[in-house]
Design a protein around this ligand. Structure first.
Ligand code: SF4
Length: 88
């Protein structure tokens, strides 16, 4: 899921349940941003990341063993997104 911010700027979450391995590292790193469903798959609790949660969001991305989650930076003047980590 990719969400765009019409105002530009800020960070948004990207989560792919087809890739999620259900390890739960994201929930432990940023419980305000992630949950898991009954099958253990990631459930994003927010699309836009509050500034106070940015560091935990990036930690969750680092800890995720499957690359299922990412953060998109919406700060480019042309409106295109930069994904952290780079990928689809
Ligand atoms: S850390 Fe990654 S693999 Fe584990 S539940 Fe979260 S998104 Fe899924």
């Amino acid at each position: 899921m990719v969400t765009t911010d019409p105002e530009g700027g800020g960070l948004v979450l990207h989560a792919d349940t087809d890739v999620c391995a259900g390890a739960g590292q994201c929930v432990r790193a940023a419980p305000e941003l992630f949950d898991q469903d009954d099958d253990g798959l990631v459930v994003p609790l927010a699309t836009e990341i509050p500034p106070a949660s940015s560091a935990r969001a990036l930690e969750a991305v680092d800890l995720c063993p499957s690359g299922a989650i990412g953060v998109r930076v919406l700060s480019r003047p042309d409106g295109r997104e930069n994904r952290i980590p780079p990928g689809p």
